[in-house]
Design a binder for this molecule. Structure first.
Ligand SMILES: *[C@@H]1O[C@H](CO)[C@@H](O)[C@H](O)[C@H]1NC(C)=O
Ligand SMILES: *[C@@H]1O[C@H](CO)[C@@H](O)[C@H](O)[C@H]1NC(C)=O
Ligand SMILES: *[C@@H]1O[C@H](CO)[C@@H](O)[C@H](O)[C@H]1NC(C)=O
Ligand SMILES: *[C@@H]1O[C@H](CO)[C@@H](O)[C@H](O)[C@H]1NC(C)=O
Ligand SMILES: *[C@@H]1O[C@H](CO)[C@@H](O)[C@H](O)[C@H]1NC(C)=O
Ligand SMILES: *[C@@H]1O[C@H](CO)[C@@H](O)[C@H](O)[C@H]1NC(C)=O
Ligand SMILES: *[C@@H]1O[C@H](CO)[C@@H](O)[C@H](O)[C@H]1NC(C)=O
Length: 654
């Protein structure tokens, strides 16, 4: 998950909770701001009153369910409001819910400059700050059912996680007019699990996705509750083992006429449908007030302990199950048509990759290393086990290995759309990558890398991040490949300095290229280069701009300094948001700064990419290296004044 940072989204953390739990169509919760009051009979109050009236009027005029309005724009007394109805709620209910919200918030927070109110069917908030297109995850309201599932907990959690991740994808991507998705999945014990996720519609794909990642991440790792709800100003999620939304909200195929759903075999006090579960006396509440930090901490520690216990157990199981990851050589031979050239799909780092189809129809990618693996069989197995445990939707999954005769093969999931470089550097296919897609790719890579760096059990430094190592699945979701090679291929893992530089020119951080020193910050550097490539549609090592010989990084830096960063943007991106692209360029430049310590961590990068309100520091000059091959040293460092006029040098920065 995203590590909390001090410089993060300005949160409404100091808002105070005043309301109590309610019933019927009463508010679930409201929070009145504590940052300032307006004066009675002043302009702000008038603007606010007008604004609340217009929200209700807008909801009456248009059943869209999302409203962002402002009154007094430009003046110091400007008020902004966002209202959102639950995606499955009809126009009449939406209007009446917002009408209630407007009246109730004015009653409960009569003088405060900002406030938010959550109802079961809608949410309304206003502030004197600019709140459009900004992800805010606080103040949140969290509620869960105290009934727990008792068996098949792991499977239940797996189904839950898959359901919520799938809904997140659907809500965040594609349909930009409505960021809402509902769905169901079959959980163990014949239960049906129902899920709902929604973002306010002013958010971009990436912002919505991040907001939901945060919210879904709040479902405890060892959850056993049968229902949970988490509401934040920018997005909300909910799941439950009984239906709670209008089933006509299922997108496709059109839902059948409402059929009675057999009540799941839950313990007593099953939360009732249509969101009235707050009546239940058996529901625990958490309110975001600073004092709650402690209980969260305690819960967190408890969770971590339980989790590490479970992980340990899993790991032991895995060691025992080592053999289950082992594939028989004959099976792989059959699957790849005996490693036929026709099945060869690539020449990745360290070897050749073949596509194969197992007897059960599963498509796999088989990597056959061309280098000496330099480690014993047991070591190899252990490393495969470790890398196979790294599972994230933005990482290519390692399915197993084969260790027979002289072969040491790695079996991966097959990712159909080849790699990012096939699109990015191809003048025709590049046009298939519009801004939304590129944004999604950038966000996915950032999260995959963050997982490798911070969230997985092992700290993995990729060391060869580049467009060719980003595979794209059928929905063009990015998956990082070739991670963990340092472990699998025993490349000097004991030291931080490696005698053999494994990276690729154009992406290597100067400290790595020159001294073989690697750290998470060298990956951040490569990520920055990749980000600038994705935006410019140009390969950093072949960058050309008119007849100058300036490199991509240097050009990007100069453009930003001279206030013309738009020049860098791929003309194919004409339809996208300039502001977002410029922000990406800015983040990219922060990543490629010469001094490692100045580069942000991936955690910070993920935040910067999702929160358009954080002010970014100005980047210092990027590294300027001329990677000239020589016997002992990979590259040579040049000061920017040594700009050479030689295209033949694979020069990245000069
Ligand atoms: C704003 O007004 C409320 C009462 O309506 C009061 O409790 C609060 O202290 C005031 N806040 C500030 C910052 O003046
Ligand atoms: C909103 O109001 C608060 C309290 O009066 C003030 O400190 C803050 O600067 C205002 N924000 C904006 C963007 O005007
Ligand atoms: C606001 O206006 C009302 C009448 O319109 C008046 O009675 C009241 O005293 C005013 N309040 C302030 C604080 O000026
Ligand atoms: C809106 O709320 C007011 C009371 O605050 C009520 O009189 C009115 O009928 C409501 N209108 C709708 C459309 O629900
Ligand atoms: C977005 O969702 C709305 C409501 O579900 C639907 O009417 C609209 O056709 C969808 N738009 C796209 C582009 O899928
Ligand atoms: C589950 O979702 C599908 C649509 O994805 C829908 O057709 C089906 O009726 C749902 N099942 C239940 C029990 O609601
Ligand atoms: C409301 O959001 C839409 C995009 O979701 C935007 O085009 C519009 O300008 C926003 N309205 C205001 C008042 O900012």
């Amino acid at each position: 998950m995203i590590a909390p940072r001090r410089s993060a989204v300005p949160l409404l953390l100091s808002l105070l909770a005043l309301a109590t739990s309610a019933h019927g169509d009463d508010p679930l919760r409201y929070f009145c701001g504590t940052k300032g009051n307006f004066t009675a009979n002043g302009t702000y109050g008038d603007n606010l009153k007008a604004l609340l009236t217009s929200v209700v009027a807008a909801a009456t005029a248009d059943g869209g369910g999302f409203y962002n309005l402002s009154v007094g724009g430009g003046s110091p007394d400007a008020v902004n409001a966002i209202a959102l109805c639950r995606g499955d709620v009809g126009a009449a209910d939406c209007r009446s819910c917002l009408n209630d919200s407007a009246a109730e918030i004015a009653r409960q927070c009569p003088m405060q400059k900002e406030a938010i109110i959550y109802y079961d069917k809608c949410m309304l908030r206003y502030s004197n700050r600019s709140i459009f297109g900004v992800v805010e995850i606080s103040p949140y309201w969290h509620v869960w059912n105290v009934n727990k599932i008792t068996n098949n907990v792991d499977q239940f959690n797996q189904v839950l996680r898959n359901l919520m991740d799938g809904l997140r994808d659907r809500a965040a991507s594609g349909n930009s007019t409505r960021k809402f998705a509902v769905g169901n999945a079959t959980a163990p014990n014949f239960q049906t699990l129902f899920g709902l996720v929604q973002c306010t519609e002013d958010l971009t794909w990436l912002q919505c996705d991040n907001c939901l990642v945060n919210a879904i991440g709040k479902i405890p790792c060892c959850d056993q509750t049968i229902g949970r709800r988490y509401l934040t100003p920018s997005c909300n999620i909910r799941f439950q083992v009984s239906p709670f939304f209008d089933t006509s909200a299922y997108e496709s195929p059109p839902s059948p006429p409402e059929s009675p759903v057999s009540p799941p075999p839950t313990p007593t006090n099953n939360p009732s449908t249509k969101g009235k579960d707050t009546n239940s006396g058996r529901i625990a509440l958490i309110i975001t007030i600073p004092a709650v930090g402690l209980s969260l901490l305690v819960a967190g520690i408890l969770c971590i302990c339980l989790r590490s216990r479970r992980l340990k157990k899993n790991f032991e199981n895995e060691i025992r199950n080592a053999e289950s990851l082992q594939f028989d050589l004959n099976i792989i031979r059959e699957a790849t048509n005996d490693f036929s050239d026709a099945n060869k799909v690539g020449q990745g780092g360290f070897g050749v990759v073949y596509k194969g189809t197992l007897a059960n129809g599963q498509v796999i990618a088989v990597k056959r290393p061309s280098v000496d693996l330099g480690q014993g069989n047991q070591e190899f197995k252990n490393e495969v086990l470790l890398v196979a445990r790294l599972q994230h939707r933005n990482l290519v999954r390692l399915l197993g290995f084969c260790l027979e005769e002289r072969e040491r093969l790695l079996i991966y999931e097959f990712v159909p759309n080849s790699s990012l470089d096939h699109f990015l550097y191809d003048p025709v296919r590049r046009s298939q990558l519009g801004w939304q897609r590129r944004q999604k790719i950038i966000g996915g890579i950032a999260r995959g890398l963050l997982y490798l760096h911070e969230d997985s059990q092992l700290r993995i430094i990729h060391r060869d991040l580049k467009a060719g190592n980003i595979l794209l699945d059928a929905e063009m979701n990015p998956k990082i490949s070739d991670f963990g090679t340092a472990r699998l291929f025993a490349v000097d893992q004991t030291q931080d300095a490696t005698s053999r530089v494994v990276g690729t020119y154009g992406y290597m951080a100067p400290e790595y290229a020159m001294h073989g020193l690697f750290s998470v910050k060298s990956d951040v550097f490569s990520f920055g280069v990749l980000l600038l490539e994705i935006i410019s549609g140009q390969k950093s090592s072949r960058f050309c701009n008119g007849n100058t010989t300036e490199g991509l990084l240097s050009y990007a830096y100069r453009s930003l300094r001279e206030g013309t960063p738009s020049d860098l943007i791929d003309p194919n991106l004409a339809g996208g948001s300039r502001t977002e692209m410029l922000r990406c360029i800015h983040v990219g430049l922060l990543c490629v700064q010469e001094i490692e310590a100045d580069r942000p961590t991936m955690g910070a990068v993920v935040l910067m990419l999702s929160s358009y309100s954080t002010t970014l520091p100005l980047p210092s000059r990027p590294a300027f290296i001329l990677p000239k091959k020589s016997k002992n040293q990979g590259t040579r460092l040049l000061s920017p004044s040594y700009i050479l006029n030689d295209h033949r040098l694979e020069s990245i920065f000069v």
